[in-house]
Design a protein around this ligand. Structure first.
Ligand code: PLP
Length: 358
C-alpha cells in the first residue's frame, strides 16, 4: 500500500528548545493515520499533526479498546537517524491487537510508516546523546455504537515527540500485597491502555508512602515478582542476573530481551526464572542482593535505591555500585549513538525514500 503524504505548510520546529524538552509534551510536525473499515485497512496517509474529531459514542471512549507501542529513533554521533529493533514493535502491536480483539496492522506497513514519518520529521530528532524522538503508534476503536462488542472500525495512528536524555534518579520500589497489575488469563502481556489506568491509584498510594513505583507481585499468592512500574525488572543476586520469565502477566519488553542477549553474549551468568519476594528478602538479609533495576525504552535502565515490602525496607547499594545495570544502559545508549559496534544488527537506518506526494 502506498502512503500518501500531505506536508505541513509551516513547521513548529523553530519554537522548540532541544536543551529543555519536557517528556511527552512536544509533538513534531507530522503524523501517520490509517483507518480500518469494511474489513480492511484503508488509505494510509501522513498528514500535518492535528486533532481528531470524535463521535461521543466512539467505542474506545466507553469500552477501552486501545493499544499502543513506545519506541525511539535516535541520531548517531555523525547525524544519521536510526531505529532500534523496530520490527519487534510492529510484531508486539499485533500481539496486543489479538488479545484486545482488534485487527492486526500489517507489519510491513507499520515499518514503512515509521520510516517515512521519521524520515520526513528527522530534523525533530534531538542530536544530543541519550535524547531521541519518542514514537507512539496507537490503535483505537472508532465505531459509533453503544453496546459491548468488538468495534467494526478502528484508527491506527503514529505521532512522535522529541525527548531529552532521560536520567532517571534511582527509584524506591514498593512490593504491594493488595493491588495487582496482571492476573493469569488477563491482559498483562498486552500494551493495552486499560492496564495503565488500573495502576494509577495503587501507584499514588505507594507515593504517599514515600515510594516512586510499585514492584508488582502475582495476583494469586503475592509471592512472585512480575515487573516494576511500566518496566521489566532484573536483579543481581550473588553475581547472577535474574529476571522473571515471560508469561501472560508480563510484557515482553524489547529492552529486557536486548539486555538478556547482551549479557549472555558478554558472558554474564543470566537466568530467567520465577523469583519470589522471599528470595529477595533472603538475599538482602545475607548481603547478596547487589542490584535491582527496571528496564524499558524510556529510561533504558532505572536503578532501585530501595525495595519496601510489608514492614521491611531493603536499601540497595548506590547506583554507582550497580554495575550490571550501568553496563546495559551504556551498551544500549551506545548502540543508539553508534559508539558501540552493532554486532547484533539491531540498529536500522531511517529510510528516506521519497513517497507519493499528494
Ligand atoms: C512498555 C513496557 C515495558 C518495557 O518494554 P520496552 O519494549 O522495553 O519499552 C515493560 N513493562 C510494561 C508494563 C510496559 O508497558
Amino acid at each position: 500500500m502506498n502512503i500518501s503524504i500531505t506536508k505541513s505548510t509551516s513547521s513548529n520546529l523553530s519554537k522548540v528548545d532541544f536543551d529543555n524538552l519536557p517528556f511527552g509534551r512536544i509533538f513534531s510536525d507530522h503524523m501517520f493515520v490509517c483507518d480500518y473499515a469494511d474489513g480492511s485497512w484503508q488509505q494510509p496517509r501522513i498528514i500535518p499533526f492535528q486533532n481528531f474529531d470524535m463521535h461521543p459514542a466512539s467505542m474506545v471512549l466507553h469500552y477501552g479498546q486501545a493499544i499502543f507501542e513506545g519506541m525511539k529513533a535516535s541520531k548517531s554521533l555523525d547525524g544519521r537517524p536510526m531505529f532500534f529493533r523496530p520490527e519487534l514493535h510492529a510484531e508486539r502491536l499485533n500481539i496486543s491487537a489479538r488479545r484486545i480483539c482488534m485487527p492486526e496492522f500489517p507489519e510491513e506497513l507499520f515499518l514503512d510508516a515509521i520510516h517515512q514519518l521519521v524520515g520526513l520529521d528527522s530534523a525533530w530528532i534531538p542530536p544530543k546523546e541519550g535524547s531521541a524522538l519518542y514514537i507512539r503508534p496507537t490503535m483505537v476503536a472508532t465505531d459509533e455504537f453503544i453496546g459491548v462488542k468488538p468495534s467494526s472500525r478502528y484508527r491506527f495512528f503514529i505521532f512522535t515527540c522529541p525527548v531529552g536524555p532521560y536520567y532517571s534518579k534511582p527509584v524506591r520500589l514498593w512490593a504491594d500485597t493488595h493491588y495487582i497489575r496482571a492476573a493469569e488469563g488477563g491482559t498483562g502481556f498486552a500494551k493495552y491502555a486499560g492496564n495503565y489506568g488500573a495502576t494509577l491509584l495503587p501507584a499514588q498510594l505507594a507515593m504517599e508512602k514515600g515510594y516512586d513505583q510499585i514492584m508488582w507481585l502475582d495476583a494469586k499468592e503475592f509471592k512472585y515478582i512480575q515487573e516494576c512500574g511500566t518496566m521489566n525488572i532484573m536483579f543481581v543476586i550473588d553475581g547472577k542476573v535474574l529476571t522473571p520469565p515471560l508469561y501472560d502477566t508480563i510484557l515482553d519488553g524489547v529492552t529486557r530481551k536486548s539486555a538478556l542477549e547482551i549479557l549472555r553474549s558478554e558472558g554474564y551468568e543470566v537466568e530467567e526464572k520465577r523469583i519470589t519476594i522471599g528470595e529477595v528478602v533472603t538475599a538482602y538479609e545475607n548481603g547478596t542482593l547487589q542490584e535491582a533495576f527496571g528496564v524499558g525504552t524510556a529510561a533504558v535502565v532505572s536503578h532501585a535505591s530501595a525495595i519496601g515490602y510489608k514492614d521491611l525496607v531493603m536499601e540497595l547499594p548506590p547506583a554507582s555500585e550497580q554495575k550490571v545495570g550501568a553496563f546495559i544502559k551504556a551498551t544500549i545508549d551506545g548502540l543508539r549513538s553508534g559508539k558501540v559496534e552493532d554486532k547484533w544488527g539491531w540498529v536500522v537506518p531511517v529510510g528516506q525514500e521519497a513517497a507519493v506526494a499528494v
